[in-house]
Design a protein around this ligand. Structure first.
Ligand code: ADP
Ligand code: MG
Length: 313
């Protein structure tokens, strides 16, 4: 098993039938690829491509890598699908609530004042961003726009590592970055990969074991990254409509989909939409999703029919 750190979190990669020299070679290739990806999508790195685009405060087209354009395009599609619940232009609100690159230790954050919040909201709207494929470029129709790709970049990186492994001739592996993962083929013992989806910090309660096949599993929750102020829990998932952290009984959403970038973004989109609207969208689109709702100290799971088909019985 290969492990390391990337994008502010940890990663693990299991490649079946690859040990010794093979494992060392793959470890190096994976590290190199991840560093290149961070150099595109990180908003922690001042010289990343994303940071350069964020500083580009004009409406002129910004020549970008095909990779940045591809991820921006995917993000826009999920914004449209979720009617703006998922929105990578949410960056100013993320920063304001202390979840941005300046505040790695946001445990002591406080809710912002209304004036700052209203100002931030004027620069949140995915419809003010355009993508062009040839030549690849991005455009802000509002020069104040800035992007935060944290809710899709980890998933995209998992997909890129999957291509790397496939191109190196492997068909049995499991890749995980910060809880977003993708399985392929079978485990070393020939059995299907099994993934546990657990609600936060419960010992009793529900746990799902899924067999995702050659698919991705992504989870968005309000429990891994949050701060508390005067007894209120503020999650790092922001509702772009209000500029405020989502505040519902929904603790987590997991999505199973062929593509990790999509699963990653959809999990955030459904979490922001909340149980009712999220479940309606997931059902209508035939998505495999499970919604974990808080009920006092307990949790209630709501799953779509498509999700149930992956459950291990
Ligand atoms: P999780 O750890 O729950 O999977 P992610 O790390 O995938 O969550 O995504 C959460 C991050 O995405 C936040 O820290 C923030 O940077 C960004 N974000 C917050 N709200 C939204 C939103 N509505 N749309 C897109 N990105 C968001
Ligand atoms: Mg996510």
């Amino acid at each position: 098993m290969l492990t390391g750190r990337t994008m502010g979190t940890s990663y693990t990669v299991r490649i079946v039938n690859c040990t010794g020299q093979c494992e060392q070679d793959m470890a190096r290739a994976i590290e190199t690829r991840l560093q290149a990806l961070e150099h595109r999508f990180s908003h922690y790195q001042d010289d990343s491509e994303l940071s350069r685009f964020n500083r580009h405060s004009t409406t002129a087209w910004f020549p970008a890598s095909t990779e940045l354009v591809a991820v921006a395009q995917m993000a826009l599609e999920i914004s449209r699908l979720s009617e703006g619940a998922f929105d990578i232009t949410v960056a100013p609100a993320v920063n304001l609530w202390g979840f941005g690159p300046q505040d790695l230790d946001h445990k002591y954050a406080q809710p912002p004042d209304d004036t700052s919040l209203q100002l931030a909201r004027t620069a949140i709207d995915y419809r003010q961003m355009n993508v062009r494929h040839s030549p690849p470029a991005l455009q802000k129709t509002n020069p104040a726009l800035t992007l935060d790709m944290s809710a899709i970049a980890k998933g995209y990186a998992v997909d890129q590592l999957a291509y790397l492994l496939e191109n190196a001739g492997f068909s049995n592996f499991l890749i995980e970055i910060g809880g977003e993962l993708r399985a392929a083929g079978a485990r070393p013992d020939g059995q299907n990969w099994r993934i546990a989806i657990e609600p936060p910090a419960v010992t009793r309660g529900i746990e799902f074991i899924v067999q995702p096949g050659n698919n991705a599993v992504a989870t968005s929750g309000d429990y891994r990254n949050f701060f508390e102020h005067n007894g209120v829990r503020y999650s790092h998932a922001i509702d772009p409509a209000s500029g405020r952290p989502v505040n519902s009984q929904l603790a987590a959403v997991s999505v199973i989909a062929p593509n990790t970038a999509q699963a990653d973004a959809l999990a955030t989109a459904l979490l922001v939409l909340g149980l009712e609207r999220g479940m309606a969208l997931a059902t209508q689109q035939g998505m495999a999703a499970v919604f974990i709702e808080r009920d006092g100290a307990q949790f209630i799971a709501h799953r779509t029919e498509a999700f149930s088909s992956y459950l291990l019985r």
